[in-house]
Design a protein around this ligand. Structure first.
Ligand SMILES: [Zn+2]
Length: 124
């Protein structure tokens, strides 16, 4: 299989199976024009990213709220810091988190130390 046929195969797969409904008017007759999804009913054009808000690679706190760089969060559980005697107490406020490549972990600074926290122990 050449790369060209592979691409057309992928495109057909997208066309056949993966067309989201129009986010504006909920029409089912949207089609993929190679770059964007197009709704023939209301003329709305949208990308696959617009419909992927529930994607798995979004960092979320223990309540499912989306986390962003610079968010302030609260720790909801006493956490031992690996490799040290430090314990981050439940209720500790973290001023400014930084997202990492792993959606389950965020970087932050607590008492001057860089620490990686699991998002499941955080709350906005
Ligand atoms: Zn529409």
């Amino acid at each position: 299989m050449t790369i060209a046929t592979l691409f057309s195969y992928i495109k057909i797969q997208i066309d056949m199976t993966d067309i989201p409904k129009c986010p504006k008017c909920n029409s089912e007759y949207t089609y993929f024009d190679g770059m964007l999804y197009v709704c023939p009913d209301c003329g709305h054009e949208f990308s696959a990213d617009d419909t992927a808000e529930e994607a798995a690679d979004v960092a979320r706190d223990s309540n499912g709220a989306e986390l962003f760089d610079g968010d302030a969060v609260t720790v909801i559980k006493d956490l031992k810091v690996k490799g040290s005697s430090m314990v981050i107490k439940r209720g500790t406020k973290v001023k400014s988190i930084r997202l990492t490549e792993n959606p389950e972990e965020v970087d932050c600074k607590i008492e001057g130390s860089s620490i990686v926290l699991k998002t499941c122990f955080l709350k906005k």
